[in-house]
Design a protein around this ligand. Structure first.
Ligand code: HEC
Length: 106
């Protein structure tokens, strides 16, 4: 009986320790942004179309208001931008990048 309790406690504490590490490792939004987007959007700018940066103001002017709207741009971009389908950037990663953009570029 005592052994079982010890085993359960050990298993629980291990899962508690491992879980946050997993969540962290799953999507590093900043790294993903740098990998996929920063070539054309360095620091949230836009080297191809200077009027369409990733600043909140520019996004809002172009009707991009939420994380979903940013993901929609990745899936179906305007002229000059690479298309990122779910194979290139899976939904969870795309949402994380979108969140990062809204939180980072003002
Ligand atoms: C090859 C260059 C290129 C890459 C790579 C690129 N973009 Fe873009 N992006 C553009 C261009 C050009 C536009 C303007 C398109 C237009 O006229 O609608 C744009 C526009 C956008 C907009 C709308 C901006 C606005 O103010 O309306 C968003 C959001 C965006 N990109 C997100 C991303 C994200 C997220 C990534 C990475 C997953 C990415 N882009 C990668 C070139 C790029």
């Amino acid at each position: 009986m005592k052994k079982v309790v010890v085993a359960i406690v050990a298993a629980l504490s291990m899962s508690v320790m491992v879980a946050p590490a997993f969540a962290e490792a799953k999507v590093d939004a900043k790294a993903e942004f740098n990998k996929h987007c920063a070539a054309c959007h360095p620091k949230g700018g836009n080297i191809i179309n200077v009027k369409k940066t990733l600043s909140k103001k520019s996004l809002a002017e172009n009707g991009v208001k939420s994380e979903k709207d940013i993901v929609a741009k990745m899936r179906n971009p305007g002229p000059g931008m690479t298309k990122f389908d779910a194979k290139a950037v899976p939904d969870a990663e795309a949402m994380a990048i979108a969140k990062y953009i809204l939180a980072t570029f003002k």
